[in-house]
Design a protein around this ligand. Structure first.
Ligand code: ZN
Length: 465
């Protein structure tokens, strides 16, 4: 949960006072431009370094004084402005302002450019050029999406400040100092992140069930990702499986923005319970662990045979039987005939049989379009048949020298999208458990998340009754 002071867009501080749809059909600019009427600066002019506040002030204080500005801008209609605050509605009673502030909210139209908007509003393109040359903001400034809102604050018809939300997380503000220099800042938007419970039962698909429980596909994908080393979501999902999640939901200005990260999750697959908690190390790396602090990630086995040594590496080599140089597309592990060969990772049998050269060979399909191949086997593991699901470490066959082999060894290949990769070069996924130095911090975090998980399950069960 974050609870920082909010950066507010300029309409918010005045609550129900909004300028959208205020009968601006005759707006000289266009009907996508909403505008708060003019305001004479009251009291000493404060530096325009806080545009949000200024916009708020403009909106709050301008209501009555609006009419003086309206006189000089007749096309703008004045339909149903909120009751004047502390100001006279009689234009004659309002002294001519020496400084005139206006706040304009421009909604970006298709194919709009900032240049076009400035010209439309009769603002100085020279000012725009200066602003665009401020360091580091060009992209945040120029990247316009239809529907984006740009808040402009004008002083005597010149740009005093500009504010726009760049994305969910950042807002760009540009303000002119009393000395006339522009300065730009990127401000982090304050997002309100609320942990929320999610609970559901698998009926047809994981995505459907997560949607039904009230979360997006992204959450379903996260859930499958977290447990992918334990559950084969393509083949092993069963009706009646259950999930419970503590999920970050992200709000801004009280409005839901998007689902965030899963903080804790439980999945009951075929009666077996798997649990995961998210933990971020002090260096900022986040990962999922079992409640006991083991990594949920399981790397491919480094070597699918124990008690072996690499007798031939990946790459070009002299082929002893074919008697010429050729690419060796795998790794050879020398081991006595009959040494067990293990599945390098969870997967399913794609091929089991004899192929010239490879002899007795098994090919496994893994997630991520990864295939592993095991050649020259003397025999296959019991029950190995095409389509069979195998778990990492499961015995799939025995070392031999069938096919083109000069001695007993396992020829092992690793392919990603059909391309051979060096199995030794596969970057091992981090499988380390929580470091001893992090243990106390992790245990505290884990206990808190598990309690939230239990509450989430109970709350949704109670609600279902
Ligand atoms: Zn080989």
């Amino acid at each position: 949960m974050t609870d920082r002071p909010e950066l507010r867009s300029f309409c918010n501080p005045v609550g129900s006072l909004t300028f959208k749809g205020y009968g601006l059909q005759n707006n000289p600019f266009n009907d996508e431009t909403t505008e708060s009427p003019a305001v004479p600066a009251i009291g000493p002019l404060r530096p325009l370094l806080r545009p949000s506040l200024k916009f708020a002030l403009a909106a709050t204080l301008s209501v009555g004084a609006a009419f003086s500005w309206l006189n000089s801008h007749p096309p703008l209609k004045t339909t149903r402005l909120p009751a004047p605050i502390n100001a006279s509605a009689d234009p004659a009673a309002t002294p001519a302002p020496s400084l005139l502030q206006r706040a304009i909210a421009v909604t970006v139209r298709p194919n709009d450019t900032l240049d076009g908007i400035f010209r439309r509003l009769k603002l100085s393109v020279d000012d725009l050029a200066v602003v665009r040359n401020l360091p580091g903001i060009r992209q945040s400034l120029d990247f316009l999406h239809p529907g984006d809102v740009i808040n402009l604050n004008l002083l005597n018809g010149s740009l005093a400040s500009l504010e726009r939300r760049v994305n969910d997380r950042q807002t760009l503000t540009v303000a002119r100092s009393p000395q006339g220099n522009f300065a730009a800042h990127i401000v982090e938007n304050t997002l309100d992140i609320r942990p929320s419970p999610l609970h559901g039962e698998i009926v047809s698909s994981l995505f459907r069930s997560v949607n039904d429980a009230g979360a997006t596909d992204a959450v379903a994908a996260q859930l499958a990702e977290i447990f992918r080393y334990d559950i084969d979501f393509a083949q092993e999902l069963q009706g009646g499986d259950q999930f419970t999640v503590v999920l970050e939901k992200v709000y801004r200005d009280g409005k839901f923005v998007h689902d965030g990260d899963i903080l804790a999750a439980e999945f009951i697959n075929n009666g077996k319970t798997y649990r995961a908690v998210r933990y971020t190390t002090p260096d900022g790396h986040s990962d999922y662990y079992t409640p006991e602090g083991k990594s949920l990630r399981k790397a491919f086995l480094r070597a699918p045979v124990e008690f072996s040594h690499i007798s031939s590496g990946f790459g070009l080599r002299w082929h002893p039987i074919l008697n010429h140089m050729r690419a060796h597309k795998g790794i050879d592990y020398a081991a006595p005939t009959g040494t067990p060969i293990r599945a390098a990772g969870d997967g399913s049998v794609k091929f089991r049989g004899i192929q010239s050269g490879y002899g007795n060979v098994i090919i496994l399909n893994h997630s991520g379009d990864v295939q592993t191949l095991y050649g020259h086997m003397s025999g296959f593991g019991a029950g190995m048949a095409v389509g069979r699901h195998v778990h990492q470490g499961e015995l799939i066959g025995y070392v031999g020298q069938t096919g083109m082999a000069t001695g007993p060894h396992l020829h092992y290949e690793y392919r990603v999208h059909g391309e051979h990769r060096n199995p030794a070069g596969i970057k091992a996924l981090p499988t380390e458990p929580i470091a001893a130095s992090q243990r106390a911090s992790f245990d505290k975090r884990s206990a808190a998340l598990l309690a939230q998980l239990d509450n989430a399950r109970q709350a949704t069960h109670l609600a279902a009754r």
